[in-house]
Design a protein around this ligand. Structure first.
Ligand code: AMP
Ligand code: MG
Length: 502
């Protein structure tokens, strides 16, 4: 048969559509580095909804080839693996050189809507930035990250997400021997305040300029049309970060390691190490075993956000204006907006959590008084707001009233709140529906996560993990049969410390 009768081979569509803009930046931004293969990869879970959003076929992802990609045993077509470099202020102290010590950016996925997401493997072996560590991740923290990041996504809080988790079949050595795992992290990007600090510290103005242009193009294209695009970018980052931290405060999330290398320019939550949702409300709550001075306590998060953004503003000064004084003034004006933005966003959110719609003069006091009673009486943060939602209408759904106890003080406050509710122009049905959609009954509580990790690590049993993921991805629908997952921990179940994922 002559050649012209042979049909041209159908061009096979790659399983992941990569377009790697960060890898096109010059070499000082990263080191090219392949993931180090593992012995016996086995898939634990894939995130179907996220795979679909990325236009990655879930069936392929579960295939042998898909699992090899997840585990770092195969670099997919179009991938250009790199480990990126950054610096950071960790617990307030400066570290001039960090970087992806146990993560590899395989590339950037473009979905059919042309939305761009980093596809990163976490726990994929050592890189030039590992600083003597193994580049691996134990199974426990990997499961924790899947659960908590998915909860955050369900609450519509900007966050990196988990596409898949796989066991490696290899041990990792920490205090003892633990099973190793790899997590595929999906993020709008992994560019951190610490990435900017890295180049600023080296006085590398050209790289700083390239990085800024990259962030503007990728995350803040509207800033490019402004008179001062760098200032517009800084303003937008500050606004996003204020919104993000206000959202953490509303849901009762404690990040635990708000170092500048863990704060993304995109405004997504990243680094689910020693994070946790608060059970009893108290502003001083800390879980992280390494946060000895309570720097990153729940109540400090807004102020730490400010501290981190000041560092960003500081390193952008040379790009804000040729005149140093003028540049400083611009940076200062921009940073000064942060706390107001955060407070406004937080107060609006808290109003909505209480079912209030028209703003009235005493509303802030109503919120503050409730929080003061909750702190004093050690009330459960999540269940208290859920209980208010039960009380807000006439719905006869399963309620959480029997899961909490409360005092006379709280009952007095309830009377004030009920009097306030009738001043709003909304029916009780509307109010309750809004509150139920905003005040979860299920959060991934620490004691539940611990139970999941123990079953998985101790017995290789992932049933509890799958169950918890299924529950926390439907956090607003309470059924009494699921009471176990709604309850606050009993004293002997309370987890006081969570450990970094290292
Ligand atoms: P993190 O606490 O996860 O933000 O990590 C802080 C820094 O330590 C980052 O540069 C990580 O890449 C690095 N790192 C953490 N754990 C490991 C590990 N097991 N091996 C190599 N580098 C690590
Ligand atoms: Mg980190």
């Amino acid at each position: 048969m002559s050649a012209r009768w042979i049909k041209p081979l159908l061009k096979i569509k790659p399983h992941i559509h990569f377009d790697n803009s960060y890898a096109r930046l010059p070499g000082q931004f990263y080191t090219r580095q392949n993931p180090v293969p593992v012995s016996a990869p086995s898939l634990i879970r894939i995130n179907h909804a996220l795979a679909q959003k990325l236009d990655i076929d879930p069936v392929w992802l579960k295939s042998d080839e898909g699992i090899s990609v997840v585990a770092g045993n195969k670099v997919p077509d179009g991938g250009e693996p790199i480990a990126t470099v950054y610096a950071g202020h960790q617990f307030g102290g400066w570290n001039p050189q960090l970087g992806d010590g146990r993560a590899i950016l395989l590339g950037e996925v473009l979905n059919n809507q042309n939305e761009r997401y980093d596809f990163q493997l976490k726990g994929s072996g050592p890189t030039p930035y590992s600083r003597g560590n193994d580049g691996r991740a134990p199974l426990g923290p990997v499961l924790r990250e899947y659960i908590v990041s998915e909860a955050m996504a369900t609450f519509r809080i900007p966050t990196t997400r988990t596409l898949a988790v796989a066991a490696t079949g290899d041990p990792v050595y920490r205090q003892g021997i633990l099973p190793g795992a790899i997590l595929v992290r999906i993020a709008k990007s992994h560019i951190r305040i610490g990435t900017f600090e890295f180049f600023s510290f080296r006085n590398d103005q050209e790289s700083l300029r390239l990085l800024t242009d990259h962030v503007i193009q990728r995350h803040y294209p509207k800033a490019a049309e402004q008179k001062n695009p760098v200032l517009a970018m800084l303003d937008a980052v500050i606004e996003n970060q204020a919104y993000l931290i206000a959202a953490w405060q509303q849901i009762g999330f404690i990040h635990g390691v708000m170092n500048t290398d863990n704060m993304l320019l995109s405004g997504e939550t990243i680094d689910y190490g020693p994070c946790a949702f608060m059970d009893e409300y108290h502003p001083g709550t800390v879980f992280s075993s390494i946060d000895r001075n309570s720097r990153y306590a729940y109540g400090n998060q807004p102020a730490i956000g400010h501290w981190n953004l000041r560092n960003l503003a500081q390193v952008l000064i040379p790009l804000l204006n040729k005149n140093r004084d003028k540049a400083r003034e611009l940076a200062q004006d921009s940073i000064n907006k942060y706390m107001n933005l955060l407070t406004k966003s937080y107060q609006n959110g808290m109003m909505m959590k209480l079912g209030l719609c028209n703003v009235m003069p005493d509303d802030i006091k109503l919120i503050k008084d409730l929080l003061a009673i909750m702190a004093e009486e050690k009330m459960d943060y999540t269940l208290t707001f859920r209980y208010l939602s039960d009380l807000a209408g006439d719905d006869a759904r399963d309620g959480v009233g029997d899961l909490i106890t409360f005092s006379e003080k709280f009952s007095f406050w309830l009377e004030r709140w009920k009097k306030r509710l009738i001043l709003d122009e909304q029916t009780s049905i509307q109010r309750q529906a809004r509150m139920y959609a905003l005040n979860p009954v299920f959060i991934p509580r620490n004691h539940l996560i611990e139970e999941v990790i123990q079953a998985a690590v101790g017995e290789g049993n992932f049933n509890l993990f799958h169950q918890l993921v299924d529950i926390i991805t439907h956090p607003f629908e309470y059924k009494a049969a699921l009471k176990k997952y709604a309850l606050a921990p009993r004293p002997e179940q309370v987890v006081n410390e969570t450990f970094c994922g290292t």
